[in-house]
Design a binder for this molecule. Structure first.
Ligand code: TYM
Length: 328
């Protein structure tokens, strides 16, 4: 079985961008891959400064992963918290020592996040090194992510290569270079204002919201001023892009909606109502499951403890190999 690793930061409520760019891939891949899916709690410390909020977010992300369909009852699916695998931070140091400073200078996430007002800490600056350690710690074949994480995956491959070049022979490398995968139909899902859907832009759609505020939120999605009776271009419309990402590119409902956009006579308000109904329909079971899981913290804690045991065993063996290679 090939191995998969990916993670999400517990920096706020998960949204449709996280689902369609990342979690949907996890749910598909778990059928025939060994999964290491984690909650990037150390990474969230670059933005969350309230310990109670962080604790709650961590539990919420664990709950939501399972509500969305990740199944930790499968023996090959491991869900864990980053802080339960401290080997990752040691590995991050070994990688930091082969990471040229200019590699971090080029990383766009530091610039984007500080431009949005996030504190310019060393943790934020070296964030991609920690992400490389997360990834390499379980020696995965594949990292499924949204498009905004592609640069971090490339940095991971570069650091693995630099480390191997310095400390290992070509026929016996310490790290394999993992592939990454982006789902094209939802590579970068737009939010209600048309920009990338992101917790920090306050433009997200949270499929677990109560129905009334959820509908209100969807009705606020930007649209142009094309009159109701005129033909519209679905590919340039945010409502349609979100619909396509959730229903699926090849789903007949997506083709049908695109045809009605192009024919004219379909108002944006109507398209938004259809999106609202699609969200309720698609996430109905997840909403129910989430409500049940929130009453079962014992189950979540057990899942996280088991996942951490498995991830830790894997990370220990990778770290031992890397320590030995550098002379420790
Ligand atoms: P984060 O927490 O911002 O997002 C989690 C996942 O959701 C995807 N995503 C999106 N995909 C499509 N459209 C969007 N609007 C959208 N917004 C978010 C992200 O691409 C990501 O796949 N640095 C990572 C967390 C991380 C990680 C890792 C990921 C830490 N270590 C190791 C993979 C492997 C992050 O901030 O993702």
């Amino acid at each position: 079985m090939k191995r998969v690793l990916s993670g999400i930061q517990p920096s706020g409520q998960l949204h449709l961008g996280n689902f369609s760019g990342a979690i949907q891939q996890f749910v598909e891949l778990q059928a025939d891959h060994e999964m290491f899916i984690f909650i990037a709690s150390y990474h969230a410390l670059t933005s969350v400064r309230d310990p109670e909020v962080l604790r709650q977010n961590i539990t919420q992300v664990a709950t939501d992963y399972i509500a969305f369909g990740l199944d930790p009852d499968l023996p090959h699916v491991n869900l864990y918290r980053q802080q339960d695998v401290p080997e990752v931070t040691e590995l991050a140091w070994l990688l930091a020592c082969v990471c040229p400073k200019h590699m971090m200078d080029k990383a766009t996430s530091f610039k984007d996040k500080t431009a949005k007002g996030l504190s310019a800490s060393i943790g934020l600056y070296t964030y991609p090194v920690l992400q490389a350690a997360d990834i390499l710690s379980v020696d995965p074949d594949l990292v499924p992510v949204g498009k905004d994480q592609v640069q971090h995956c490339e940095i991971t491959r570069d650091l693995a290569q630099k480390f191997n070049h310095n400390f290992a022979s070509e026929d016996n490398p310490v790290f394999r270079l993992p592939d990454y995968r982006v789902r094209e139909a939802a590579a970068l899902l737009p939010g209600i204002d048309g920009q990338k859907m992101s917790k920090s832009y306050d433009n997200t759609i949270d499929p677990f919201m109560d129905e009334k505020p959820l509908r209100k939120r969807i009705m606020k999605i930007v649209s142009d001023a094309t009159p109701l009776e005129d033909p519209k271009d679905p590919d340039n419309d945010t409502t349609f892009q979100i619909f396509r990402a959730i229903a699926g590119e090849h789903d007949p409902r997506t083709a049908d909606l695109a045809t009605r956009y192009r024919a004219g006579g379909l108002g944006y308000g109507h398209a938004k109502q259809e999106l609202f109904e699609l969200v309720l329909d698609t996430f109905g079971p997840a909403r129910q499951r989430r409500a049940e899981l929130m009453n079962d913290p014992g189950y979540i804690n057990k899942v996280l403890a088991d996942g951490a045991d498995k991830a830790r065993a894997k990370a220990r063996s990778v770290l031992d190999k890397a320590r030995h290679a550098v002379g420790l």
